[in-house]
Design a binder for this molecule. Sequence first.
Ligand SMILES: NC(=O)c1ccc[n+]([C@@H]2O[C@H](COP(=O)([O-])OP(=O)(O)OC[C@H]3O[C@@H](n4cnc5c(N)ncnc54)[C@H](O)[C@@H]3O)[C@@H](O)[C@H]2O)c1
Length: 361
Amino acid sequence: MGSAGVSLASAWAQTAPVPTAVIGVGNRGYHLLLGVLEEPQAKVAALCDIKPDRLDKAATAAAKQEAKTYTEWRQIIERKDIQAVFIATPPHLHAEMAIAAIRAGKHVYCEKPLGVTASQVRELWKAGRSAKVVFVTGQQLRSMTTYIEAVRKIHDGALGELLWIKAQRHASADLPHDGSSADWYFDVNKSGGYLIEQSVHNLDLCNWIVGAHPVKAAGFGATARYKNDPPGRTIFDCGTLSFEYPNGIKMSFTQNVFHPRGMPGANQYVYVYGSKGAVDLMAGNLFYPLGREGKPEPFVEKRQEAPHAHVSAFYRAILEGGSNPADLKVGVTAALTSILGHEAMVRQAVVKWDDLGVDVS
Ligand SMILES: NC(=O)c1ccc[n+]([C@@H]2O[C@H](COP(=O)([O-])OP(=O)(O)OC[C@H]3O[C@@H](n4cnc5c(N)ncnc54)[C@H](O)[C@@H]3O)[C@@H](O)[C@H]2O)c1
């Protein structure tokens, strides 16, 4: 799939409504299902989850469309009539499920991160890079009009020469230890940890701004606040990273889950510094010109975003050849960027992009 990511399936005459399945109907999968149900171009034909309560809830929401329910995801892949598959299972399952769906000729909307190890991502890239299906990664920031306009302005030179980025993703608490995702979240082999599972959004935004992926990373990670809590925990609760992009552009990134509510400073931000001034994307969206006289001014107008714009883009790409906001290359690059950072924190060393062994050029 090229960078536009549009390669219509040739296996069938593509007409609406597109028979669709959702695999994994937990928090995110249920939200995506609501988006599919709102989509006139789609029909929910199948739902899959290993947890009966979640499957029941989803089946109730989709009752009018008489979706068939499954606990074994491979049965969905085997159904020839299903043309589009949403994958919203825990991250370590994404690559295997997406590869099977692509090989079966189905269009895929796969949640981020596309994998938690470089080898998972490599296998998915190999299977999908030339496939004649639409593949959308759930990096939905790429469908938000505020970011689309901000990134376009940065690319058009509004900040001058790009110099530096400082970004962070802080939260005020750990994910609930008795929550419904606790059975996979605290296991680094299943979620990848906060950097891979959550900050993949923030890191993708940085990649988008720079128009490239980092060439190396260095960092430190720690479990500072939630030691062995919950018991058996293998994910960090904080980390500090430096990334280097082509042309020597540096990005500094921190993450934690113990940033007190209300403490000054936005909990999530991306500050982009250029030779003319800087912008605080994600927070106030203000442009701060360099120089003593400069006063902050709005960079882009914040808009009310359509909640399911990314899902709609998926169907437009399938049916009309519409542009793909987050194709396989975007998703693979984002996942690898977060894996690069994670590896640097684990090894406490400089890790090079090339060490990951996935050629996304
Ligand atoms: N794009 C976003 O903004 C966003 C937001 C939240 C979550 N997510 C992503 O969505 C994915 C799911 O996260 P979540 O918060 O919904 O987690 P969750 O635990 O609520 O849901 C995952 C679901 O997958 C099901 N599942 C597990 N193994 C399965 C299998 N073998 N076959 C079928 N179903 C299976 C679970 O039973 C569960 O219902 C993660 O990759 C997460 O990163 C994305």
